[in-house]
Design a protein around this ligand. Structure first.
Ligand code: EPU
Length: 420
């Protein structure tokens, strides 16, 4: 298994470009199942999760084509199987996103039930109950969600008990071809949900309210092909900015969107960073100063994202003062804390909060990544450590960060991948 070796102590300096958003590219790829026409998707990030989604389409009989500009064209008219096998679902939970499209377009779908994962139990009960409210018959047997419908799904008024990102996306996709109107209340407002809705609208769907907590979808008879460019990845953007702040650096990230990062940029200002933004770039300058600790509390968008708390934990671990990180979205997203403590951090877990007392510097150690964002936080910890850190199990990082070591090298970091 590959490892990343990091020799810390360098302030990040320079410019990088941000890739397309993983969490909007995945549902958009699933949405290509909603039409028999060709959908061209541009600005797809080069990530392991994207490959897994393309493989999932492939095992249904759909053969995506990658063109010379690395855009992907999907023509789902060759589909033969309507199922997502366990072998793929176990490596990527977002496979659940094919459930809504398959059911609404073909009247049947079988998707392996995702199990728990390193950040919590992560049930999909809300996806299932919403589709049932739209008339689907769903049984869970042999480890699979088996869904079918006689005729078409029917529009329904759905109240989501919890804000769920992929749940909202699944129901929104299913509703595009349902009979009549679907109203999703307590819908997720994440920018990735909006990006998917905008792509569906390009495909001919009738959707309004995306970006608010009430999404209204009027079903149409069919959707058509289109060409759509995936929005920039706000979590990748935030991760590099936090890494620069933690290392007292000065960087500019390009091809991104400051308007969807307000909660994170405001925390970075509290840390002591000078932030400048343009329409599609963000510049962060610590003027060589040590960051101040901040406290964050995760919650659905537009509040502070759960996908960015681990990175702030790494920053707080070397900041001036004591900060707390409270996680309210997932029940078990602190696995990185124990690894950081092995690097000399002073972090205590108290229920769903961690209290981080900043130390002068961390000390490099061999550490193990447990999930995608935890891996990113351990890399940041490595960047602010004296001597060498080795981060193991980095297949997690390759799921969600495109060329992370190359981008960090461009910013001056001493980091390299060591093949197994
Ligand atoms: N939940 C339920 N029942 C459901 C659905 C969700 O109880 O049917 C709970 C979850 O267990 C969790 C909360 O609701 O406690 C919110 O989960 P959500 O459904 O919003 O998460 P998700 O859709 O599975 C997406 C992202 C995650 C991101 C979360 C929260 C994708 C592919 N994944 O997951 O991204 O953390 O929303 O913003 O969009 C990552 O990129 O590293 C990642 C984990």
């Amino acid at each position: 298994m590959d490892r990343l070796l990091i020799n810390g102590g360098v302030s990040l300096e320079g410019e990088i470009r941000i890739a397309g958003a993983k969490n909007s590219a995945l549902p958009i790829l699933a949405a290509t199942l909603l039409t028999h026409e060709t959908v061209q998707i541009c600005n797809l990030p080069h990530l392991y999760d994207i490959t897994t989604m393309l493989e999932l389409l492939g095992c249904m009989g759909v053969q995506p084509i990658v063109d010379e500009k690395l855009n992907v064209e999907v023509d789902s008219s060759t589909i033969q199987h309507f199922s997502a096998p366990y072998e793929l679902v176990k490596t990527m939970r977002a496979s659940i996103l094919v459930l809504g499209p398959l059911l609404t377009r073909y009247g049947k779908a079988e998707v392996a039930l995702p199990g728990g994962c390193a950040i919590g139990s992560r049930p999909v009960n809300l996806h299932i109950s919403a589709l049932e409210a739209m008339g689907a018959t769903i049984v869970v047997e042999d480890g699979y969600i088996k869904a079918s419908i006689d005729g078409k799904l029917k529009g329904a008024h759905i109240f989501m008990d919890l804000v769920t990102v992929t749940g909202t996306e699944n129901v929104m996709m299913a509703a595009t071809l349902a009979e009549g109107q679907t109203v999703i209340e307590n819908a997720a407002r994440e920018p990735e949900v909006v990006d998917l809705a905008n792509c569906l609208v390009e495909m001919g769907a009738d959707i309004s309210g995306q970006g608010t907590d009430t999404i209204v979808v009027n079903g149409v008879d069919e959707l058509k092909g289109c060409s759509y460019s995936v929005m920039p990845d706000r979590i990748e953007t935030g991760t590099y900015l936090i890494a620069a702040a933690a290392t007292r650096g000065h960087i500019k990230v390009k091809d991104t969107r400051p308007d969807i990062l307000e909660s994170v940029l405001s925390k970075l200002e509290q840390v002591g960073a000078e932030i400048k933004v343009g329409e599609n770039w963000i510049e962060l300058d610590m003027h060589g100063q040590r960051p101040h600790s901040v406290s964050v509390r995760t919650a659905p968008y537009p509040a502070f994202p759960t996908d960015m708390q681990a990175q702030f934990t790494a920053l707080n671990s070397v900041a001036d003062g004591t900060g707390s990180i409270t996680e309210t979205v997932f029940e078990n997203r602190f696995m990185h804390v124990h690894e950081m403590n092995r690097m000399g951090a002073s972090i205590k877990v108290e229920g769903n909060t961690v209290i981080v007392e900043g130390v002068d510097a961390l000390k490099g150690a061999p550490v193990m990544a447990t999930d995608l964002r935890a891996s990113a936080s351990l890399i940041i910890a490595g960047l602010v450590s004296e001597n060498e850190t080795s981060v193991d199990r980095i297949y997690h990082i390759d799921r969600g960060y495109e060329c992370i070591e190359e981008k960090l090298q461009l910013l001056g970091a001493r980091i390299r991948r060591v093949p197994a």
